[in-house]
Ligand binder design. Structure first.
Ligand code: THU
Length: 133
């Protein structure tokens, strides 16, 4: 069984792997699938700044590329409890508009609990996109 605080702890662990020499803003994400597995991600930056990728998207792509599209909840942690960027909101929404999103800081304090749809009002989506499974 995975509870919220466990997921946050996994995200904190993942943040320690962040490669963020440019921004020095370390982000960790831990994603729980409907099948009960956890996939993690951290931000990975590049000297060509536009190539930086966020922790949330790495966690989602990690799950999906391992055959897990049923996303249940994700914990995202940073030093200041910052929220997810717009690109990540769109990617999280794709696989489950009702995805539970827990934003926390490195102390494990929750600063926001919301859903993908609430973070992305008036979302873009195509008919038949992969939801509700
Ligand atoms: N970052 C994330 O990992 N997730 C977000 O939702 C916002 C931003 C990363 C990207 C970059 O490595 C650093 O934080 C500063 O923008």
């Amino acid at each position: 069984m995975h509870d919220k605080s466990q997921l946050i702890q996994e995200a904190i662990k993942a943040s320690k792997l962040a490669y963020a020499p440019y921004s020095k803003y370390f982000v960790g994400a831990a994603l729980l699938t409907k099948s009960g597995k956890i996939f993690t991600g951290c931000n990975v930056e590049n000297a060509s700044y536009g190539l930086c990728i966020c922790a949330e998207r790495i966690a989602v792509f990690n799950a999906v590329s391992n055959g897990e599209r049923g996303l249940s909840s994700i914990a995202v942690v940073t030093a200041d409890g910052g929220s997810s960027c717009g690109a990540c909101r769109q990617v999280m929404y794709e696989f489950n508009p009702q995805l539970s999103i827990i934003i926390a800081n490195f102390k494990g304090e929750i600063v926001l609990e919301t859903t993908a749809l609430d973070l992305l009002p008036h979302p873009f989506g195509l008919d038949g996109h992969l939801t509700n499974f």
